[in-house]
Unconditional design. Structure first.
Lengths: 301, 306
């Protein structure tokens, strides 16, 4: 290098100075800045929840019960019923919404084409995305819960409401991923004499599975944290309800809502603890899904 | 030898399964001779695989190809050449009903495969494509392992036996001159292969279902000369078992591999500013290049028109 500086440069290969270079630097800094700005609130939320919630977390808090009255001091009882309820209700909602949503997206992209039915379904699903979650709760409350009397309030009713929320997200995200599957893959399969169903199941879905799982997970995470629709539909149980189809249930989000805005220190602590638990559950879910997806998408690179 | 007979055995989707099988057993009709192809100077005169008569192809209201008539012979390599936009790929995709997948595509005229009307109402495109395979311009391996790529076709035809699949995979990869390069990594992704290898994988995938006809749409256009040479050698090797139709932009390739060549050209309609492809000349390859009858052919093969 030292000898090179002695000789004059034949050509100048350095990035040219001037406006273009400045512009490049400005845009790069702006992008870094926006990332930092986005991460700051996320960081604050995490730090706050961990700082305030970590002290409540213990095995008996996570699994114990019943959920104590709001006036009870910290350390009494546990939120086990709510953890169980959240897992049950979200799993049930996922079991309803993900198959329906993925099948719907397959219809829209692979079968519907430009038909009027596909256009209507696509439009309705987009409209559904914009429906506030509390309306979904009200909807399930009015068509399901009120008709079944006391047994109407149940984890299942909550799952129905969450499924309504998840459905348009799953449809939209799966649809966008299916659209990205190159047509060349479909043609390759057709050219071997595969039927449309076969092409879809053996080529299109495997190629899209990673994105479909990611999209569905976003929907699951969204549903797990929803509070409003559950308030209408699952009631407020304090003890674990093993029957998800009948009788009041409870969930972490409902517990956060019930406890965090109380003046009692014990209730506030339980609220923060429940919040941290909910975040942890979502986080674990994401990691598991990533591992599963990586296994499915082994050949996509 | 009837390799394609085995393929349709467990064909649960397609309706006219037994019908198709009978149809193939029917003798091909006597040669429909057109002017210019009556005199056979070709090395071998065999049965017609395809009889294409007065075919026009539309995309919506746009006529992409008009008035194409040609016969394609068994165990020969037939090349389609011509400038871009002349409809050679469109005609090729008509031969195994791939154009059905394009919304608005429509075929007028008579296309017969071994004497049977390809576009008859009761014909299942699925059954057609099991006999008439296709290799595309861009290699399109599935995002599966190399093994599963090749075994895909046999599997959808109901072959499940591990030993049988192993045998088919090895034989097909050997036929496609890829076996030695991948035999130790059959479990790797098909997408991990280089362009030339991926194209040979796609050829192996097509051969694995033992089709009657292999359609190739510029199979070597993305490949280097060595890979191209490998694929050309491969075509000559397998033409004893298969009938091959190849679209190519490369005239040297047509002269090297093909027995017959069809030259397509573009008709420009200045009023509507539309371009429609049509067949200009179809003859044994040595004659089309050595003694072209049409001025347009002459200009194209001598390089005076691109």
């Amino acid at each position: 290098m030292t000898t090179a500086t002695a000789e004059p440069h034949q050509v100048d290969l350095r990035e040219p100075a001037g406006w273009r270079r400045t512009k490049n630097r400005i845009m790069t800094s702006l992008m870094v800045l926006s990332i930092i700005l986005v991460l700051i609130p996320l960081g604050f939320v995490l730090v706050t929840v961990i700082a305030k919630g970590a002290s409540s977390i213990s095995w008996s808090f996570l699994t114990g019960g019943p959920i104590p009255s709001i006036v009870a001091p910290a350390g009494v009882g546990g939120i086990g019923p709510a953890v169980l309820g959240t897992i049950e209700i979200t799993a049930l909602a996922t079991a309803i919404a993900v198959p329906l949503g993925v099948l719907g997206a397959i219809y829209l992209n692979e079968y519907g084409g430009k038909s009027w039915l596909a256009a209507i379904i696509g439009f309705m699903s987009d409209v559904m995305t914009g429906v506030p979650s509390i309306i979904m709760g009200l909807f399930i409350f009015s068509i399901w819960v009120v008709h079944r009397g006391l047994a109407g309030l149940s984890g299942f009713a909550g799952a129905l409401a969450l499924a309504c929320l998840m459905l348009p997200i799953v449809i939209r995200s799966s649809y966008e991923i299916l659209r990205l599957v190159p047509n060349a893959l479909r043609e390759g399969s057709y050219a071997l004499g595969a039927s449309k169903a076969r092409v879809t199941v053996t080529v299109v879905l495997p190629a899209a599975i990673g994105g479909i799982v990611s999209g569905s997970l976003l929907a699951v995470a969204r549903a797990a944290g929803e509070t409003a629709p559950l308030l209408f539909c699952i009631g407020a149980a304090t003890a674990a309800n093993p029957n998800v189809f009948s009788g009041a249930d409870t969930a972490l989000s409902a517990q956060i809502f019930a406890n965090a805005n109380q003046p009692y220190v014990g209730a506030q602590d339980r609220g923060w603890g429940a919040a941290l638990t909910l975040i942890a559950i979502c986080f674990i879910l994401m990691i598991v899904a990533r591992i599963v997806t990586a296994r499915f998408a082994r050949y996509s690179r | 030898m009837e390799p394609s007979e085995q393929n349709a055995v467990t064909d649960f989707e397609s309706v006219p399964e037994s019908a198709t099988r009978q149809n193939v057993a029917l003798p091909a009709p006597a040669a429909i001779t057109d002017a210019g192809q009556a005199a056979e100077s070709s090395p071998r005169t065999g049965t017609h695989i395809f009889d294409v008569n007065g075919v026009s192809i539309y995309y919506g209201s746009f006529r992409a190809v008009t008035n194409v008539s040609l016969n394609i012979y068994e165990h020969q390599i037939t090349a389609f050449i011509g400038p871009s936009g002349c409809g050679k790929t469109t005609v090729l995709r008509t031969l195994n009903r791939m154009n059905d997948l394009v919304p608005g595509a429509r075929v007028e005229g008579d296309v017969r495969y071994r004497g049977e009307a390809l576009y008859a109402k009761e014909v299942s495109p699925i059954a057609v494509r099991r006999r008439i395979g296709m290799v595309f311009q861009k290699p399109n391996p599935f995002p599966k392992s190399i093994y599963d790529n090749v075994a895909y076709g046999p599997r959808i035809n109901g072959i499940r036996g591990k030993a049988e699949l192993n045998e088919i995979v090895e034989r097909s990869l050997r036929q496609a001159a890829l076996w030695d390069e991948v035999k130790n990594r059959l479990g790797n992704s098909g997408l991990s292969l280089s362009g030339g290898q991926a194209q040979r994988l796609c050829i192996a995938r097509t051969l694995a279902v033992e089709p009657d006809v292999v359609l190739m749409d510029e199979p070597a256009s993305a490949l280097d000369p060595i890979a191209t040479g490998a694929i050309e050698d491969l075509m000559k090797e397998i033409k004893d078992k298969y009938t091959i139709v190849i679209v190519t932009h490369n005239m040297q390739q047509a002269t090297r591999v093909s027995d017959r060549t069809a030259f397509f050209s573009v008709l420009v309609n200045p009023q509507s500013d539309t371009r429609t492809g049509t067949l200009v000349e179809y003859a044994p390859t040595d004659r089309l290049f050595g003694d072209p009858q049409d001025d347009r052919t002459k200009a194209y093969v001598t390089g005076r028109m691109g």
